[in-house]
Design a protein around this ligand. Structure first.
Ligand SMILES: Cc1cc2nc3c(=O)[nH]c(=O)nc-3n(C[C@H](O)[C@H](O)[C@H](O)COP(=O)(O)OP(=O)(O)OC[C@H]3O[C@@H](n4cnc5c(N)ncnc54)[C@H](O)[C@@H]3O)c2cc1C
Ligand code: FES
Ligand code: FES
Length: 483
């Protein structure tokens, strides 16, 4: 059992044993870096994942022992979570001889003014450089969505990305990368128990260990990607005394594609879920396109978004129309719950204290089903939903609705279906007249609140109009019979 963590920084293995009071298991990677004399490049702008000034790149070994690079917000990552990974900061990019191509391009295009955002932007561009050759504008925009620049403007930064991410052979590793991969392989893969005066931090490596620990310590706070949990430390200044970090449990990272369904491990990060669902679940792919930023999607897990049971959790309103099921497991066995039945109230679920979410099962939709997902927010990117809606209709050959599912986020204390509207739609023709008669019924099922994101009246109007939009958007897919 380990009581320390090891990772690669500045080209060598660094071990932290948490004996110094200044470094605890809930110290974020950002605060750790800024405590070092040589790594002040990463900046704190918001400490909540919104500005990207703290962006670093994590290098992780894949199954073939090749390093894969991901930009993440270091303000959201607890230090033990980088065990076995390479931590790359802005100080690591330039060589004695030259700036890194992304840094040189930022200089050449005038991509920096006050410079506060620049180290974070450079790290996002570095990850883009590592993962893409000739990225198109959409890919560049996605890479920069999580980086806020208040003074330069994005034109020269986008230009720097386009100019510098042009190279050959993104998969061929350099000698230094092969050396770093060797260092990463040499780091022990055991489970960890980090005990300090204020914290007990469990870091199991197998599902059985994780379940056993949850059985023994049902109050331990589960950490998936920590994009929600870290805010309890950085924003609420809570002392989280007992943590169960499941981010290194391999069994939770698998995706299995069956003929009838797709099974996604709860620990799979959202950016990887996005790639896995694109072919069969287009409404889910639409949702991920406006979910947080790349830095958030590289950390946040599917199990964490479902587990947080937020009334505006975007995956919930997009997964329920696909009849997703949640697999819960504890030492004594596993059970499946319809996702629709999983959340029972404001951040309340049917999960027992000793259970973990281990898997999400998505049945593949039948041909005549149409599913769409919508998000209304103050900004298109990196914003949480004011109202979200996931709709599904199954219609027969004569354009009659056989089954309708209307799921709303942001309209109640939990993501919830409009059962009155669904019942009314049953057996009706899929026409504008039907939709107009249905729209007022949505009000019966919701009593939304007014808050900074929108008034309750606004939410009611949006909820009704999104249904009309759904009908309009689906006319072609339903053979135009509804036109
Ligand atoms: C800047 C920013 C932007 C965001 N944008 C969006 C957005 O657009 N849409 C949206 O819906 N959300 C958004 N979020 C919220 C957040 O990213 C998600 O809720 C995220 O998916 C949580 O996943 P995680 O793995 O980071 O969870 P964690 O923070 O690790 O955990 C979240 C909760 O789930 C529980 N949990 C985690 N894993 C498990 C498990 N295996 N079994 C049981 N319980 C578990 C934890 O105990 C905790 O209660 C945003 C957050 C930030 C900081
Ligand atoms: S400090 Fe703003 S995203 Fe981390
Ligand atoms: S250069 Fe000033 S915030 Fe971007």
């Amino acid at each position: 059992m380990r009581s320390s963590i090891s990772f690669v920084l500045d080209g060598k293995v660094v071990t932290e044993d948490f004996s110094k009071p200044s470094v605890t298991p809930t110290t974020t990677v950002l605060n750790y870096l800024r405590s070092l004399p040589t790594h002040k490049g990463a900046k704190e702008g918001c400490a909540e994942g919104d500005c990207g000034a703290c962006t670093v790149v994590l290098g992780e070994l894949d199954a073939g022992n090749t390093i894969r690079y991901k930009a993440v917000d270091s303000c959201l990552v607890f230090l033990p979570m980088i065990h076995g990974k390479q931590l790359i900061t802005v100080e690591n990019l330039k060589t004695e001889a030259a700036l890194h191509p992304v840094q040189q391009a930022m200089v050449d295009t005038g991509g920096s003014q006050c410079g506060y955002c620049t180290p974070g932007i450079v790290m996002s561009l570095f990850a883009l450089y590592k993962n893409h050759d000739h990225p198109d504008r959409n890919v560049i925009d996605d890479a920069l969505t999580g980086n806020l620049c208040r003074c330069t403007g994005y034109k020269p930064i986008v230009e720097a990305a386009a100019r510098s991410c042009i190279h050959q052979g993104i998969d061929s590793s350099s000698n230094d990368e092969i050396r770093i991969a060797g260092l990463l392989q040499s780091i022990p893969r055991h489970s960890a128990l980090i005990q300090t005066s204020n914290h007990t931090y469990f870091q199991p490596r197998t599902l059985l260990e994780a379940l056993t620990l949850k059985h023994q310590h049902p109050k331990a706070i589960i950490i998936g990607g920590s994009t929600d949990v870290a805010l309890r430390v950085t924003k609420n200044h809570e002392q989280l005394r007992q943590l169960l970090d499941v981010s290194l449990v391999d069994e939770l990272h698998t995706i299995r594609n069956h003929s009838e369904s797709l099974s996604i491990g709860s620990g799979v990060v959202l950016n990887e879920v996005w790639s896995a669902v694109e072919a069969d679940f287009p409404a889910l792919a639409d949702m991920f396109a406006v979910f947080g930023s790349l830095q958030i999607r590289n950390l946040a897990t599917l199990g964490g978004n479902i587990g947080s049971a937020s009334p505006i959790g975007d995956t919930l309103s997009a997964l329920i129309p696909y009849n997703a099921r949640v697999v819960l497991e504890r030492v004594s066995g596993r059970r499946e719950v319809e996702l629709d039945q999983f959340v029972t109230g404001y951040r309340k679920t049917v999960r027992k204290p000793d259970e973990l979410i281990v898997e999400i099962i998505l049945p593949k939709p039948k041909q005549r089903s149409v599913v769409k997902w919508y998000k209304v927010s103050k900004r298109k990117d990196l914003d949480i939903s004011t109202v979200s809606a996931g709709f599904r209709i199954d219609i027969n050959d004569t354009n009659q609705i056989q089954n309708a599912m209307l799921v709303y986020g942001g309209m109640a204390e939990r993501v919830k279906r409009s059962s009155s509207a669904e019942a009314f739609l049953q057996g009706k023709p899929w026409t504008r007249e039907t939709i107009e008669a249905t729209m007022p019924l949505i009000d019966n099922d919701f009593n939304p609140i007014s808050d900074a994101r929108g008034s309750k009246e606004f939410r009611r109007i949006v909820a009704r109009n999104l249904l009309l939009k759904f009908w309009d958007d689906t006319r072609k897919e339903t053979n135009g019979a509804a036109a």
